[in-house]
Design a protein around this ligand. Structure first.
Ligand code: PRP
Ligand code: URA
Length: 209
């Protein structure tokens, strides 16, 4: 089982505080999601394999390292996961992007799938699933199961805020998936919203409601 990564970085904590604030409008909310995603991607790509190349500096020829041609794919869970795509692509512009559409049924709180389009060569890729919220874990668990049907090289799951209930459920369902989150909150409320959380991420990103 991979131990979840929960950030303790001051920049991430600072930005998450403003994300939580109900007075933060959609424009700033989107900017913060993008910035936090960049910082999380920085952590989640730490283990990419490297190889040495020769480079000529203005002073001399030297050996230096580059990423060893690993193919990556980002798969946002629609809608709210879309908010994380630009931040991820800022750091890895050559990555492919797939999409999985899921929404939580408002009564049962279970995920309903409505869309799936993944890169055709996903079996050669390391996949990063993106969704700002891990609440009950149902959406992440279903999305990852769907991606696993295509046998990618590896899967990481990245979220901004996780509830302990969702984190436990995800680790139990997919112990091979490394989870990265910016904050691990206290609990879920009776409507399966994360407490303290930040409210409905999709509505806040897209200004709906
Ligand atoms: C939110 C969020 C996750 C899901 C998390 O999406 O973006 O996908 O809820 O909840 P879970 O862990 O209990 O499954 P939502 O269903 O609100 O859809 P949206 O992104 O289209 O607004
Ligand atoms: N989805 C959200 O957008 N927020 C929550 O707190 C839980 C699920």
């Amino acid at each position: 089982m991979a131990v979840p990564f929960v950030s303790d970085h001051p920049l991430i904590k600072h930005k998450v505080t403003f994300l939580r604030d109900e007075n933060t409008g959609s424009k700033q909310f989107r900017e913060l999601i993008r910035e936090i995603t960049q910082l999380l991607i920085y952590e989640a790509t730490r283990d990419l394999p490297m190889c040495e190349v020769e480079v000529k500096t203005p002073i001399t020829v030297t050996k230096s390292e580059v990423i060893a041609g690993r193919k990556l794919a980002f798969v946002p869970i629609l809608r709210a996961g879309l908010g994380m795509v630009d931040g991820a692509l800022d750091l890895v512009p050559a990555a492919r992007v797939g999409h999985i559409g899921l929404y939580r049924d408002p009564d049962s709180h279970t995920p309903v799938e409505y869309y799936s389009k993944l890169p055709t060569d996903i079996s050669e890729r390391d996949v990063f699933v993106l969704d700002p919220m891990l609440a009950t874990g149902g959406s992440a668990i279903d999305a990852i199961a769907k991606i696993k049907e295509k046998h990618p090289r590896s899967i990481k799951f990245m979220c901004i805020i996780a509830a302990p209930e969702g984190m436990d459920a995800l680790i139990e369902a997919h112990p091979d998936v490394q989870v990265y989150c910016a904050a691990l909150d206290k609990q879920l409320n009776d409507h399966c919203y994360i407490v303290p959380g930040l409210g409905d991420a999709g509505d806040r990103i897209f200004g709906t409601k």
